[in-house]
Design a protein around this ligand. Structure first.
Ligand code: IPM
Ligand code: MG
Length: 363
């Protein structure tokens, strides 16, 4: 049966990188028999400009109808002066919440070809393969009360609430343990249980869930230590499970282990593996429109879509190996280029074309 894929390009470099990922999807459609129909929608600043809101009802409906969603990035200086509730980022948070996409999988995998692109020593990062499982629809991102209020003395006070209930913790823990069973069978749960009650409960529930997974070993780490350990010895980790905000921060950190934030894809899944797929990076307004952004995180997000939502394991492998091949061939966007005359500097578009060419050559 034909599956519907919603395409939400968003803002900044979003449209450029999504164009390349769509080229890959269309190649699979035309040449590899992938039975999908692509439908475009507006989100973020692009949606605000046209409709006044960051997540118009049509886009939400498209998201609900679709079997999977491909998203670029949202946000930019143009929309920063707007009221908080209608800023681009709210559109992204709203679609995550409305679709129940609570499980955010962020693999940090180092392609051997990029060992020199990381700012860390190659021996520290070589062979790196971590999966960060970030809770995505709860925690301080969504907790209430929240806001900015005026105190009696006239000063303003900003406040947010970090809240997790047992069911929310249990379901994300299960995603982490299920993933670990298929990998190296280690879960490290990252919290701040020495200070925050909400993550004291987090630790307790994760420990309880672990009993259902006897083949997986569980460790716990405070988030400050985890940040340090990720830089000191990242290969000690297999699966990291953590809260919404800690996962946001640690996944940016982990991206630098792999050479560039332009390399990290993500999948945000609901309880039935319906998903939204997006690079972990933002809209990079400083380089938007210059045809120099790295489209590989978005193309690798397509691979995750094929694997998790479209049931196309083989095509997912093909896309990932095509990405590896273009890196082997020495193609580099500026973010992953090092001083090596065997490398060729390429544009966003040239990188996408190269991935498509490798895929076609396999026919
Ligand atoms: C991410 C981004 C988003 C987040 C922003 C754009 C709201 O940083 O997906 O990591 O904080 O979740
Ligand atoms: Mg982030």
């Amino acid at each position: 049966m034909t599956k519907t894929v919603a395409i939400l390009a968003g803002d900044g470099i979003g449209p450029e990188i999504v164009t390349e990922a769509v080229k890959v999807l269309k190649t699979l459609q035309v040449s590899f028999g992938l039975d999908v129909q692509l439908e475009e929608g507006l989100i973020g600043g692009a949606a605000i400009d046209v409709t006044g809101v960051p997540l118009p009802p049509e886009t939400l409906n498209l998201g609900k109808r679709a079997d999977a969603i491909l998203l670029g990035a949202v946000g930019g200086p143009k929309w920063e002066p707007l009221e908080r509730d209608i800023r681009p980022e709210r559109g992204l948070l709203a679609i995550r919440a409305e679709l129940g996409l609570f499980a955010n999988l962020r693999p940090a995998l180092l392609f051997p070809e990029l060992a020199n692109a990381s700012t860390l020593k190659p021996e520290v990062v070589a062979g790196l393969d971590i999966l960060i499982v970030r809770e995505l629809t709860g925690g301080i991102y969504f907790g209430k009360p929240r806001g900015i209020r005026i105190l009696d003395n006239g000063q303003r006070e900003g406040f947010n609430t970090l809240v997790y209930n047992e069911a929310e913790i249990e379901r994300i823990a299960r995603v982490a343990f299920d993933s670990a069973e298929k990998r190296n069978k280690k879960v490290c749960s990252v919290d701040k249980a020495n200070v925050l009650e909400s993550t004291e409960l987090w630790r307790e529930v994760v420990t309880r869930v672990a009993k259902d997974y006897p083949s997986v070993s569980l460790s716990h780490m405070y988030v400050d230590n985890a940040a340090m350990q990720l830089v000191r010895n990242p290969k000690q980790f297999d699966v990291i499970v953590t809260t919404n905000m800690f996962g946001d921060i640690l996944s940016d950190l982990a991206s630098q282990l792999t050479g560039s934030i332009g390399m990290l894809p993500s999948a945000s899944l609901d309880a039935n593996n319906k998903g939204m797929y997006e690079p972990i990076h933002g809209s990079a307004p400083d380089i938007a429109g210059q045809n120099c952004a790295n489209p590989l995180a978005t193309i690798l997000s397509v691979a995750m879509m094929l694997r998790y939502s479209l049931g196309q394991m083989e095509l997912a492998d093909q896309v990932e190996s095509a990405v590896q091949q273009v890196l082997k061939d020495g193609l580099r966007t500026p973010d992953i280029k090092s001083d090596d005359n065997k490398q060729t500097l390429v544009s966003t578009q040239e990188m996408g074309d190269a991935v498509v060419a490798v895929l076609r050559a396999k026919l």
